[in-house]
Design a binder for this molecule. Structure first.
Ligand code: HEM
Length: 398
Protein backbone atom coordinates (compact mmCIF):
# COMPACT_ATOMS: atom_id res chain seq x y z
CA UNK A 1 0.00 0.00 0.00
CA UNK A 2 1.51 3.28 -1.00
CA UNK A 3 1.73 6.02 1.57
CA UNK A 4 1.05 8.87 -0.77
CA UNK A 5 2.53 11.53 1.44
CA UNK A 6 5.97 9.92 1.62
CA UNK A 7 5.88 8.98 -2.03
CA UNK A 8 5.01 12.48 -2.94
CA UNK A 9 7.90 13.94 -1.00
CA UNK A 10 10.36 11.78 -2.92
CA UNK A 11 9.82 12.98 -6.42
CA UNK A 12 6.27 11.68 -6.45
CA UNK A 13 4.99 14.17 -9.00
CA UNK A 14 7.36 12.74 -11.57
CA UNK A 15 6.22 9.16 -11.06
CA UNK A 16 2.59 9.86 -10.21
CA UNK A 17 1.12 8.68 -13.50
CA UNK A 18 2.60 5.20 -13.36
CA UNK A 19 1.72 4.99 -9.66
CA UNK A 20 -1.93 5.81 -10.43
CA UNK A 21 -2.01 3.51 -13.41
CA UNK A 22 -1.11 0.69 -11.06
CA UNK A 23 -3.61 1.81 -8.42
CA UNK A 24 -6.44 1.98 -10.95
CA UNK A 25 -5.74 -1.64 -11.85
CA UNK A 26 -5.16 -3.09 -8.40
CA UNK A 27 -6.60 -0.81 -5.75
CA UNK A 28 -8.56 2.07 -7.29
CA UNK A 29 -9.78 3.35 -3.93
CA UNK A 30 -6.91 3.40 -1.49
CA UNK A 31 -6.37 4.72 2.03
CA UNK A 32 -3.96 7.45 2.98
CA UNK A 33 -3.08 8.26 6.59
CA UNK A 34 -4.60 11.57 7.55
CA UNK A 35 -4.56 12.95 11.07
CA UNK A 36 -4.94 9.91 13.22
CA UNK A 37 -8.62 10.54 13.99
CA UNK A 38 -10.16 9.93 10.64
CA UNK A 39 -9.26 7.80 7.68
CA UNK A 40 -8.71 9.33 4.29
CA UNK A 41 -9.19 7.84 0.84
CA UNK A 42 -7.98 8.60 -2.66
CA UNK A 43 -10.27 7.83 -5.59
CA UNK A 44 -8.50 7.18 -8.89
CA UNK A 45 -10.96 6.02 -11.58
CA UNK A 46 -12.66 8.49 -13.88
CA UNK A 47 -16.21 7.21 -13.29
CA UNK A 48 -15.72 7.05 -9.53
CA UNK A 49 -14.26 10.55 -9.47
CA UNK A 50 -17.29 11.99 -11.26
CA UNK A 51 -19.63 10.08 -9.01
CA UNK A 52 -17.85 11.34 -5.90
CA UNK A 53 -17.86 14.95 -7.06
CA UNK A 54 -21.58 15.01 -7.74
CA UNK A 55 -22.70 12.86 -4.83
CA UNK A 56 -24.73 14.30 -1.95
CA UNK A 57 -23.34 11.62 0.35
CA UNK A 58 -20.03 13.48 0.56
CA UNK A 59 -20.10 16.93 2.03
CA UNK A 60 -17.68 19.83 2.48
CA UNK A 61 -18.51 21.04 5.96
CA UNK A 62 -16.34 19.04 8.34
CA UNK A 63 -17.64 20.87 11.38
CA UNK A 64 -20.70 18.59 11.25
CA UNK A 65 -18.52 15.87 12.73
CA UNK A 66 -16.78 17.95 15.36
CA UNK A 67 -18.30 17.76 18.80
CA UNK A 68 -16.67 20.97 20.11
CA UNK A 69 -18.01 24.46 19.42
CA UNK A 70 -18.39 25.25 15.78
CA UNK A 71 -15.12 26.48 14.33
CA UNK A 72 -17.05 28.71 12.01
CA UNK A 73 -17.70 31.14 14.85
CA UNK A 74 -14.03 32.10 14.87
CA UNK A 75 -12.73 34.63 12.39
CA UNK A 76 -10.09 33.53 9.95
CA UNK A 77 -9.54 34.20 6.27
CA UNK A 78 -10.29 30.62 5.21
CA UNK A 79 -13.50 30.18 7.14
CA UNK A 80 -16.69 29.60 5.13
CA UNK A 81 -14.94 29.69 1.80
CA UNK A 82 -17.33 28.90 -1.03
CA UNK A 83 -15.19 25.90 -1.95
CA UNK A 84 -15.54 24.47 1.56
CA UNK A 85 -19.25 24.82 2.23
CA UNK A 86 -22.42 23.00 1.20
CA UNK A 87 -25.80 24.30 0.04
CA UNK A 88 -27.56 26.50 0.93
CA UNK A 89 -24.47 28.60 1.87
CA UNK A 90 -22.61 27.43 -1.21
CA UNK A 91 -25.50 28.39 -3.50
CA UNK A 92 -25.79 31.85 -1.94
CA UNK A 93 -22.05 32.56 -2.15
CA UNK A 94 -21.63 31.29 -5.68
CA UNK A 95 -24.60 33.33 -6.89
CA UNK A 96 -22.96 36.51 -5.61
CA UNK A 97 -19.88 36.17 -7.81
CA UNK A 98 -21.14 34.05 -10.71
CA UNK A 99 -22.12 37.05 -12.91
CA UNK A 100 -18.49 38.20 -12.89
CA UNK A 101 -17.29 34.90 -14.34
CA UNK A 102 -19.92 34.08 -16.97
CA UNK A 103 -18.56 33.46 -20.47
CA UNK A 104 -20.23 36.66 -21.66
CA UNK A 105 -18.61 38.83 -18.99
CA UNK A 106 -15.28 37.12 -19.47
CA UNK A 107 -15.41 37.79 -23.19
CA UNK A 108 -15.36 41.51 -22.41
CA UNK A 109 -11.99 41.06 -20.72
CA UNK A 110 -10.43 39.71 -23.90
CA UNK A 111 -8.90 42.96 -25.23
CA UNK A 112 -7.32 43.69 -21.85
CA UNK A 113 -5.92 40.16 -21.52
CA UNK A 114 -4.41 40.54 -25.00
CA UNK A 115 -2.86 43.84 -23.99
CA UNK A 116 -1.36 42.40 -20.79
CA UNK A 117 0.04 39.52 -22.78
CA UNK A 118 1.58 41.87 -25.37
CA UNK A 119 3.20 43.96 -22.64
CA UNK A 120 4.73 40.91 -20.97
CA UNK A 121 6.08 39.63 -24.28
CA UNK A 122 7.55 43.04 -25.02
CA UNK A 123 9.33 42.94 -21.63
CA UNK A 124 10.59 39.43 -22.34
CA UNK A 125 12.19 40.61 -25.57
CA UNK A 126 14.37 42.97 -23.56
CA UNK A 127 15.68 40.20 -21.31
CA UNK A 128 18.79 38.07 -21.64
CA UNK A 129 18.12 34.43 -22.42
CA UNK A 130 17.27 32.02 -20.98
CA UNK A 131 14.00 33.56 -19.86
CA UNK A 132 11.88 31.86 -17.23
CA UNK A 133 8.49 31.34 -18.85
CA UNK A 134 6.87 30.88 -15.43
CA UNK A 135 8.24 34.04 -13.75
CA UNK A 136 8.05 36.27 -16.79
CA UNK A 137 4.83 35.16 -18.45
CA UNK A 138 2.74 32.31 -17.01
CA UNK A 139 2.61 33.84 -13.52
CA UNK A 140 2.14 37.59 -14.17
CA UNK A 141 -0.60 37.17 -16.79
CA UNK A 142 -3.30 35.53 -14.62
CA UNK A 143 -2.36 37.40 -11.45
CA UNK A 144 -2.68 40.77 -13.21
CA UNK A 145 -6.03 39.74 -14.71
CA UNK A 146 -7.56 38.52 -11.44
CA UNK A 147 -6.15 41.52 -9.52
CA UNK A 148 -7.78 43.94 -11.93
CA UNK A 149 -11.06 42.07 -11.85
CA UNK A 150 -11.11 42.12 -8.06
CA UNK A 151 -9.71 45.61 -7.67
CA UNK A 152 -6.48 44.62 -5.93
CA UNK A 153 -3.34 46.57 -6.89
CA UNK A 154 -1.54 44.38 -9.45
CA UNK A 155 1.82 45.89 -8.38
CA UNK A 156 1.49 43.88 -5.17
CA UNK A 157 1.57 40.61 -7.09
CA UNK A 158 4.90 39.41 -5.72
CA UNK A 159 3.65 39.57 -2.18
CA UNK A 160 0.45 37.66 -3.15
CA UNK A 161 2.65 35.09 -4.76
CA UNK A 162 4.56 34.61 -1.53
CA UNK A 163 1.40 34.40 0.63
CA UNK A 164 -0.32 32.17 -1.85
CA UNK A 165 2.65 29.85 -2.04
CA UNK A 166 2.79 29.56 1.75
CA UNK A 167 -0.92 28.76 1.86
CA UNK A 168 -0.98 26.13 -0.89
CA UNK A 169 2.23 24.50 0.33
CA UNK A 170 1.22 24.38 3.99
CA UNK A 171 1.58 20.95 5.50
CA UNK A 172 1.23 22.24 9.04
CA UNK A 173 -0.96 25.24 9.66
CA UNK A 174 0.69 25.91 12.98
CA UNK A 175 4.06 26.70 11.38
CA UNK A 176 5.33 30.20 12.14
CA UNK A 177 5.79 31.18 8.50
CA UNK A 178 2.25 30.15 7.72
CA UNK A 179 0.77 32.06 10.63
CA UNK A 180 2.83 35.17 9.86
CA UNK A 181 1.86 35.19 6.20
CA UNK A 182 -1.82 34.65 6.98
CA UNK A 183 -1.70 37.51 9.47
CA UNK A 184 -0.02 39.78 6.91
CA UNK A 185 -2.59 38.82 4.25
CA UNK A 186 -5.43 39.57 6.69
CA UNK A 187 -4.04 42.99 7.57
CA UNK A 188 -3.48 43.77 3.90
CA UNK A 189 -7.10 42.94 3.08
CA UNK A 190 -8.46 44.91 6.04
CA UNK A 191 -6.61 48.02 4.80
CA UNK A 192 -7.71 47.42 1.23
CA UNK A 193 -11.38 47.02 2.22
CA UNK A 194 -11.19 50.22 4.22
CA UNK A 195 -9.80 52.17 1.26
CA UNK A 196 -12.33 50.67 -1.13
CA UNK A 197 -15.20 51.50 1.20
CA UNK A 198 -14.16 55.15 1.13
CA UNK A 199 -13.56 55.11 -2.62
CA UNK A 200 -15.76 52.48 -4.27
CA UNK A 201 -14.82 51.49 -7.80
CA UNK A 202 -16.29 49.34 -10.54
CA UNK A 203 -14.72 46.11 -9.34
CA UNK A 204 -15.66 42.89 -7.62
CA UNK A 205 -14.36 43.89 -4.18
CA UNK A 206 -16.51 47.06 -4.17
CA UNK A 207 -19.50 44.92 -5.12
CA UNK A 208 -18.80 42.44 -2.32
CA UNK A 209 -18.28 45.24 0.22
CA UNK A 210 -21.62 46.71 -0.66
CA UNK A 211 -23.24 43.31 -0.29
CA UNK A 212 -21.59 42.84 3.09
CA UNK A 213 -22.78 46.26 4.24
CA UNK A 214 -26.34 45.36 3.31
CA UNK A 215 -25.87 42.60 5.81
CA UNK A 216 -27.98 39.78 4.49
CA UNK A 217 -26.01 37.94 1.87
CA UNK A 218 -22.40 38.04 3.00
CA UNK A 219 -20.80 37.97 6.44
CA UNK A 220 -17.51 39.72 7.21
CA UNK A 221 -15.72 36.39 7.31
CA UNK A 222 -17.20 35.29 3.99
CA UNK A 223 -16.02 38.53 2.42
CA UNK A 224 -12.41 37.82 3.39
CA UNK A 225 -12.46 34.18 2.43
CA UNK A 226 -14.08 34.90 -0.92
CA UNK A 227 -11.35 37.36 -1.87
CA UNK A 228 -8.61 35.02 -0.65
CA UNK A 229 -10.12 32.16 -2.64
CA UNK A 230 -10.41 34.20 -5.81
CA UNK A 231 -6.86 35.52 -5.59
CA UNK A 232 -5.38 32.07 -4.98
CA UNK A 233 -7.61 30.01 -7.28
CA UNK A 234 -7.44 32.77 -9.86
CA UNK A 235 -3.74 32.44 -10.49
CA UNK A 236 -2.10 29.35 -8.90
CA UNK A 237 -3.94 27.14 -11.36
CA UNK A 238 -3.70 29.13 -14.59
CA UNK A 239 0.06 29.59 -14.16
CA UNK A 240 0.21 25.80 -14.29
CA UNK A 241 -2.08 25.56 -17.28
CA UNK A 242 0.18 27.84 -19.34
CA UNK A 243 3.46 26.39 -18.01
CA UNK A 244 2.41 22.72 -18.19
CA UNK A 245 0.95 22.97 -21.70
CA UNK A 246 4.05 24.70 -23.04
CA UNK A 247 6.22 22.10 -21.32
CA UNK A 248 4.24 19.26 -22.92
CA UNK A 249 4.57 20.98 -26.29
CA UNK A 250 8.33 21.36 -25.91
CA UNK A 251 8.55 17.66 -25.12
CA UNK A 252 6.51 16.86 -28.25
CA UNK A 253 8.14 19.07 -30.91
CA UNK A 254 6.03 17.71 -33.77
CA UNK A 255 2.87 18.85 -31.96
CA UNK A 256 4.42 22.24 -31.29
CA UNK A 257 5.14 22.48 -35.00
CA UNK A 258 1.54 21.59 -35.95
CA UNK A 259 0.26 24.19 -33.53
CA UNK A 260 2.43 26.90 -35.02
CA UNK A 261 1.24 25.96 -38.49
CA UNK A 262 -2.39 25.85 -37.44
CA UNK A 263 -3.19 28.19 -34.51
CA UNK A 264 -6.85 27.14 -34.83
CA UNK A 265 -5.75 24.07 -32.87
CA UNK A 266 -4.90 26.18 -29.79
CA UNK A 267 -8.21 25.66 -27.94
CA UNK A 268 -7.80 21.90 -28.34
CA UNK A 269 -4.17 22.07 -27.25
CA UNK A 270 -5.35 23.85 -24.09
CA UNK A 271 -7.90 21.09 -23.41
CA UNK A 272 -5.20 18.47 -23.94
CA UNK A 273 -2.85 20.38 -21.62
CA UNK A 274 -5.61 20.39 -18.98
CA UNK A 275 -6.03 16.64 -19.33
CA UNK A 276 -2.41 15.55 -19.76
CA UNK A 277 -0.77 17.61 -17.01
CA UNK A 278 -3.84 18.62 -15.00
CA UNK A 279 -2.97 21.86 -13.14
CA UNK A 280 -5.03 20.76 -10.11
CA UNK A 281 -4.00 17.23 -9.13
CA UNK A 282 -6.69 16.60 -6.53
CA UNK A 283 -10.14 17.84 -5.76
CA UNK A 284 -10.33 19.48 -2.35
CA UNK A 285 -11.56 17.38 0.57
CA UNK A 286 -15.02 15.90 0.88
CA UNK A 287 -16.31 14.04 3.96
CA UNK A 288 -18.60 11.03 4.08
CA UNK A 289 -21.81 12.12 5.77
CA UNK A 290 -22.67 8.53 6.76
CA UNK A 291 -21.10 5.09 6.55
CA UNK A 292 -21.37 3.82 3.00
CA UNK A 293 -20.11 1.25 0.55
CA UNK A 294 -18.43 3.05 -2.34
CA UNK A 295 -17.68 0.56 -5.10
CA UNK A 296 -16.79 -2.19 -2.66
CA UNK A 297 -14.93 -0.03 -0.18
CA UNK A 298 -16.53 0.68 3.19
CA UNK A 299 -16.16 4.34 3.98
CA UNK A 300 -17.11 5.54 7.45
CA UNK A 301 -18.94 8.64 8.52
CA UNK A 302 -16.42 11.50 8.83
CA UNK A 303 -13.79 9.89 6.56
CA UNK A 304 -12.04 12.27 4.19
CA UNK A 305 -12.26 11.44 0.49
CA UNK A 306 -10.33 13.08 -2.33
CA UNK A 307 -10.55 12.62 -6.07
CA UNK A 308 -7.32 12.31 -8.01
CA UNK A 309 -8.08 14.46 -11.00
CA UNK A 310 -4.78 13.63 -12.67
CA UNK A 311 -5.50 9.92 -12.36
CA UNK A 312 -9.05 10.26 -13.70
CA UNK A 313 -7.74 12.21 -16.68
CA UNK A 314 -5.36 9.35 -17.59
CA UNK A 315 -7.92 6.56 -17.11
CA UNK A 316 -7.57 4.05 -19.93
CA UNK A 317 -11.24 3.10 -19.56
CA UNK A 318 -12.22 6.61 -20.54
CA UNK A 319 -9.52 7.94 -22.90
CA UNK A 320 -7.91 6.32 -25.92
CA UNK A 321 -4.14 6.16 -25.41
CA UNK A 322 -4.38 8.24 -22.22
CA UNK A 323 -0.60 8.71 -21.85
CA UNK A 324 -0.29 10.17 -25.31
CA UNK A 325 -0.17 13.96 -25.57
CA UNK A 326 -2.31 14.63 -28.63
CA UNK A 327 -3.51 18.14 -29.43
CA UNK A 328 -5.88 16.79 -32.08
CA UNK A 329 -7.67 14.51 -29.59
CA UNK A 330 -11.38 14.58 -30.30
CA UNK A 331 -13.04 12.96 -27.30
CA UNK A 332 -11.59 14.79 -24.34
CA UNK A 333 -14.17 14.99 -21.53
CA UNK A 334 -11.54 15.63 -18.86
CA UNK A 335 -12.38 16.62 -15.30
CA UNK A 336 -9.57 19.15 -14.88
CA UNK A 337 -12.07 21.76 -13.66
CA UNK A 338 -13.87 19.33 -11.37
CA UNK A 339 -17.51 18.35 -11.65
CA UNK A 340 -20.84 18.99 -9.91
CA UNK A 341 -21.78 22.04 -7.90
CA UNK A 342 -18.19 23.06 -7.16
CA UNK A 343 -17.21 22.93 -10.84
CA UNK A 344 -14.57 25.61 -11.35
CA UNK A 345 -16.07 29.08 -11.34
CA UNK A 346 -13.10 30.42 -13.28
CA UNK A 347 -13.08 27.86 -16.12
CA UNK A 348 -14.13 30.31 -18.88
CA UNK A 349 -11.52 32.80 -17.67
CA UNK A 350 -8.76 30.17 -17.41
CA UNK A 351 -9.55 28.88 -20.90
CA UNK A 352 -9.45 32.34 -22.38
CA UNK A 353 -6.20 33.23 -20.62
CA UNK A 354 -4.62 29.98 -21.75
CA UNK A 355 -5.72 30.47 -25.32
CA UNK A 356 -4.49 34.06 -25.55
CA UNK A 357 -1.25 33.22 -23.74
CA UNK A 358 -0.31 30.48 -26.20
CA UNK A 359 -1.48 32.31 -29.28
CA UNK A 360 0.49 35.46 -28.45
CA UNK A 361 3.58 33.61 -27.28
CA UNK A 362 3.88 31.43 -30.38
CA UNK A 363 3.19 34.39 -32.61
CA UNK A 364 5.82 36.58 -30.93
CA UNK A 365 8.44 33.82 -30.66
CA UNK A 366 7.85 31.15 -33.30
CA UNK A 367 11.28 29.70 -32.58
CA UNK A 368 10.84 29.40 -28.83
CA UNK A 369 12.32 26.25 -27.29
CA UNK A 370 13.42 24.73 -23.98
CA UNK A 371 16.80 25.97 -22.84
CA UNK A 372 18.95 22.86 -22.96
CA UNK A 373 21.72 24.40 -20.85
CA UNK A 374 19.50 24.85 -17.78
CA UNK A 375 18.65 21.99 -15.41
CA UNK A 376 15.55 20.00 -16.45
CA UNK A 377 12.32 21.64 -15.19
CA UNK A 378 11.10 20.26 -11.86
CA UNK A 379 7.56 19.87 -10.55
CA UNK A 380 6.78 21.94 -7.46
CA UNK A 381 6.14 19.76 -4.44
CA UNK A 382 2.69 21.15 -3.73
CA UNK A 383 0.30 18.33 -2.91
CA UNK A 384 -2.86 19.66 -4.57
CA UNK A 385 -1.31 21.20 -7.64
CA UNK A 386 0.85 20.24 -10.60
CA UNK A 387 3.07 23.03 -11.81
CA UNK A 388 6.68 23.73 -12.63
CA UNK A 389 9.09 25.66 -10.42
CA UNK A 390 10.65 27.24 -13.49
CA UNK A 391 10.57 26.76 -17.25
CA UNK A 392 13.75 28.22 -18.77
CA UNK A 393 13.39 28.90 -22.48
CA UNK A 394 15.32 30.44 -25.31
CA UNK A 395 13.18 32.71 -27.40
CA UNK A 396 14.97 32.10 -30.63
CA UNK A 397 16.20 28.54 -30.56
CA UNK A 398 18.37 28.44 -33.67
C1 HEM B 1 -13.02 25.28 -8.21
C2 HEM B 1 -9.57 23.80 -11.25
C3 HEM B 1 -8.81 28.39 -12.67
C4 HEM B 1 -11.83 29.89 -9.25
C5 HEM B 1 -12.16 24.50 -8.95
C6 HEM B 1 -12.14 23.05 -8.88
C7 HEM B 1 -11.15 22.65 -9.72
C8 HEM B 1 -10.58 23.83 -10.33
C9 HEM B 1 -10.71 21.22 -9.99
C10 HEM B 1 -13.05 22.16 -8.05
C11 HEM B 1 -12.40 21.75 -6.76
C12 HEM B 1 -13.26 20.77 -5.98
O1 HEM B 1 -14.35 20.40 -6.41
O2 HEM B 1 -12.80 20.38 -4.91
C13 HEM B 1 -9.08 24.92 -11.91
C14 HEM B 1 -8.10 24.89 -12.97
C15 HEM B 1 -7.90 26.18 -13.37
C16 HEM B 1 -8.74 27.02 -12.56
C17 HEM B 1 -7.47 23.62 -13.53
C18 HEM B 1 -6.99 26.73 -14.43
C19 HEM B 1 -6.52 26.07 -15.40
C20 HEM B 1 -9.58 29.20 -11.90
C21 HEM B 1 -9.67 30.63 -12.04
C22 HEM B 1 -10.49 31.05 -11.06
C23 HEM B 1 -10.97 29.89 -10.32
C24 HEM B 1 -8.95 31.48 -13.09
C25 HEM B 1 -10.82 32.51 -10.89
C26 HEM B 1 -11.65 33.03 -10.25
C27 HEM B 1 -12.39 28.76 -8.69
C28 HEM B 1 -13.38 28.82 -7.61
C29 HEM B 1 -13.73 27.50 -7.30
C30 HEM B 1 -12.95 26.66 -8.20
C31 HEM B 1 -13.90 30.07 -6.95
C32 HEM B 1 -14.72 27.03 -6.26
C33 HEM B 1 -16.08 26.87 -6.89
C34 HEM B 1 -17.12 26.35 -5.94
O3 HEM B 1 -16.82 25.94 -4.82
O4 HEM B 1 -18.30 26.40 -6.32
N1 HEM B 1 -11.23 24.95 -9.84
N2 HEM B 1 -9.42 26.23 -11.67
N3 HEM B 1 -10.39 28.78 -10.86
N4 HEM B 1 -12.17 27.46 -9.02
FE1 HEM B 1 -10.88 26.84 -10.42
Amino acid sequence: MGNLESLYQSNFKKDAYSFYCNQRKHQPIFPMPYDGNSQSWIITKYDHVKELLKSNSFIKDQSKFLSSTRESDEFNIFQNMMLDVDPPDHTRLRKLVQPYFNPKTIKQLEPRIREISDNLLEEMKQKDTPVDLIDDYAFPLPIIVISELLGVPAEDRDIFRKWSNTIVSASNEMETDFMEDVQAFTTYLTDLFEQRKNHPADDLISHLLKTEEDGEQLTRNELYSMVVLLIIAGHETTVNLIGNTMYALFKHPNQLESLKNDPALIPRAIEEGLRYYSPVDFSTARWAENDLNFHGQIIRRGDLVMASISSANRDEEKFDHPHLFDITRKRNAHVAFGFGIHFCLGAPLARMEGKIALEKLLHAFPKIGLDETSPAPQWRSVFLLRGLDALPVVLNSE
